[in-house]
Ligand binder design. Structure first.
Ligand SMILES: Cc1cc2nc3c(=O)[nH]c(=O)nc-3n(C[C@H](O)[C@H](O)[C@H](O)COP(=O)(O)OP(=O)(O)OC[C@H]3O[C@@H](n4cnc5c(N)ncnc54)[C@H](O)[C@@H]3O)c2cc1C
Length: 331
């Protein structure tokens, strides 16, 4: 039987890619456990060659770098037009993209134009008689659906944080550069305005999240002091906290907010409604702080603390600060 061809799409911006992009290589490895696969990175964007060298070096899969000049705005429409001819030529069985707002713009169009199936927001993979069954959340995260693509090629968007790539070996990078013809597009990006607040939620490695249990907006200060103790940290909130105006909506985590997968998620006064869990269950390590020992968040936590957060957080902050000080003094 011939090898299953897998194309992994990575978007590059000045040689950098999304921090979770290697999750897609982990998905390819899972497929390889059940039969031979031939994997190829298709890196598209500005300075794609550097990003391609990194991805190929980390994973051992060859990369094709499709260069788009920095001054050209990489809309979903443009990325589709650039990728489509390469994918037509390559005829992959599976095309994997990270589930981002931009990939959602063009994944379905790719599927239609390639006569492929399209499954979005993948969170898991099980094999049934050698056939992959892709799992994704439905009904706001209350149920998980398994989807088979049959004989057709399939376009997948994969939620960050659900497949972890642990390969540390370094390979010789194999990168081929292409200068694609840039099409005239109907859409163009006018402006990206940087948020005035702290680190991008989706890029943060530590997220301190506030729920209604913080009691009042004033107590956000405690959480922000805790967040400040971790590098690359960000604050987030449940929908109730954002509805109350204590945090802006771009800080909301959950089905109607952001989907994130930080290394550490500290849930403070959050009950653990499934709509919230749907946005953070890809976190690597979850610490939950809640005064109710029966709160559902504890089912999703690696460590649970049953305590009033107004009592516990100052003690935690003090303990971390003291430990940092001791480490600095004693090397
Ligand atoms: C269509 C739809 C979409 C939704 N989308 C989202 C979404 O994207 N994101 C989201 O978060 N929600 C979403 N929700 C809302 C969701 O159902 C919950 O209502 C919400 O997540 C609850 O927020 P919470 O945990 O902050 O508040 P609560 O459920 O009120 O929980 C507060 C928790 O704080 C604890 N607590 C109270 N006082 C203290 C204290 N002093 N110390 C420690 N713990 C304390 C309590 O024990 C409780 O567990 C959605 C709902 C619907 C219907």
């Amino acid at each position: 039987m011939s090898a299953r061809k897998v194309a992994i799409i990575a978007e590059a911006e000045q040689g950098r890619t999304h921090s979770a992009i290697l999750d897609l290589a982990a998905l390819a490895e899972r497929l390889a456990e059940n039969g031979s696969v031939e994997v190829q990175w298709l890196v598209v964007g500005s300075n794609a060659v550097d990003a391609g060298a990194f991805l190929s070096g980390r994973t051992g899969y060859p990369a094709v770098a499709l260069e788009i000049p920095r001054e050209v705005s990489p809309t979903g429409e443009l990325l589709f037009e650039v990728l489509h001819p390469f994918l037509l030529d390559m005829q992959p069985d599976l095309i994997a993209l990270l589930h981002t707002s931009r990939s959602q713009d063009y994944a379905a169009t790719l599927a239609v134009r390639l006569d492929a199936a399209c499954v979005c927001g993948i969170q898991g993979l099980v094999m049934q008689d050698g056939v992959p069954v892709f799992q994704h959340a439905v009904l706001g995260g209350k149920y998980t659906a398994g989807v088979k693509a049959g004989d057709r090629p399939v376009v997948l968007t994969v939620l960050p944080g659900y497949f972890k790539f642990d390969g540390n070996s370094s390979h010789s990078a194999v990168v081929q550069t292409q200068q694609p013809c840039l099409p005239v597009t109907r859409t163009c990006l006018i402006k990206i305005k940087e948020s005035a607040t702290e680190a991008d939620l989706t890029q943060a490695t530590t997220v301190v999240a506030a729920g209604r249990g913080i009691g009042s907006e004033d107590n956000l200060d405690l959480l922000s002091r805790l967040a400040a103790l971790f590098p690359k940290s960000a604050m987030a909130g449940s929908r109730i906290v954002c509805d109350a105006g204590w945090l802006p909506y771009h800080r909301q985590v959950g089905v109607t907010g952001a989907t994130i997968a930080p290394e550490l998620y500290l849930a403070c006064g959050i009950s653990g409604a499934f709509q919230h869990l749907a946005g953070m269950s890809g976190s690597r390590f979850v610490v939950a702080l809640n005064s109710d020992p029966h709160a559902a968040i504890f089912n999703a936590a690696d460590v649970g603390v049953v305590e009033d957060l107004v009592t516990f957080l100052p003690l935690l902050i003090e303990a971390i600060e003291k430990e940092r000080l001791d480490t600095d003094e004693h090397g």
